[in-house]
Design a protein around this ligand. Sequence first.
Ligand code: SF4
Length: 455
Amino acid sequence: MKTVAFHTLGCKLNATESSSIGRQFSGRGYEVVDIDQPADVCVINTCSVTERADRECRQIVRRALRHSPEAYVIVIGCYAQLQPEVIASIPGVDLVLGAKEKFELFTHAGGFEKKTATKVAVSPIGDVETFGTASSIGFEERTRAFLKIQDGCDYTCAFCTIPLARGASRSLPVEATVAQAFEVAAAGYKEVVLTGVNVGDYGKKIDTDLLALLRTLVQVEGLERIRISSVEPNLLTDALLDFWFDHPKLCNHFHLPLQAGTDDLLKGMRRRYRTSWYSDRVYRIKASRPDAGIGADVIVGFPGESKELFEETYQFLVELPLSYLHVFTYSERPNTPAAGFADQVEPRIRFQRSERLRILSAKKRMAFWSSFRGREVDVLFEGERERGWMSGLSEEYVRVRVPTDQNLVNQIRKVHITHIETAACRGELVDTSLYSRDVSTIPSSEVIPCVSQVS
Ligand code: SF4
């Protein structure tokens, strides 16, 4: 049997796309293997968010070729779209595919025959207008499916390369999304995570919106939970929140990118909301759903972030009832407005400030988890992440572990939280089984191995 290995950098969206390309290979009789195992084809799905993209890409190509010296190496993803010639110059790369071409990989790769020259197929990003329906589902283990409902972005945040790498905002039509949600449910997955670059922007050019999509998706039989990966704060309307609060299938978990806790910095970043709107959204959620998990992305060290402005952001975050932070250290990305701004912050200071926010995030996470001690949560069990312990996520995005019992895989069970630990909450199963579909009833052809490693 022929084999293909994937290595995926970056976000869940990349992971979803790798998984769906992995299914294209599986459908053609390939076995998906780990990147450190010998493989006939290696696919490297890159990210452009970090300044280390070039180094990381070179390292992974070398690593793949160490295990599979004869492998046909394909590089796709945001960095491939932005810097195809740089990637083509890496020894060992056979094919570089852009945003438009990556889902037609088999057409471009031909028979996966290695040639002397690297082939580059990358269209200008302005040509990427359609949404490939074949590319939307990705699976993580046996419990969660990722459904890409939107791609690209029409916003112009001053620090961001994503519109250059992924193009304009576009959406998967409602009917196609619902059909894929049925497919996910039929394959036995209990939770679907709706992903995209700017999920709240869903439907803009096809005369619908995220709320209309959710009204339809909650009716899909067999789907127990719908999680929304992230929504830009300006797109989190009262109507959307009211539906979210009212519908039990929508997870009690909100991820709202903040980026900075001062209006001066938000303005400089060209974000479309101000701090008062952001805190209003957070308090509105907490007023209706006091247990909600609320996460925020924050960028540290954006140009112009003085000591005072950083302290203002820090204080803003201290006071808000957030559950965790995703902290990003700002780095200048080529062709973005912010790269040319004056008042760049010294890298050493950026790292110190990031560290402070990471510590704050850990404290917030602990405080949030501690609020569940002695209480019960519904956990979707994934598998044995550490020996002797079965692990899963509650709908509030709390990681929970209980002593291993393989029958728990792909089950949603009530757990009484007894201990708060560094990496998870420990608990005991409550006797009542809420749901009972056994993963062994899923045909093995539908159980797709996880092909992604999200950094
Ligand atoms: S909303 Fe801003 S940060 Fe997010 S993808 Fe669009 S341009 Fe980038």
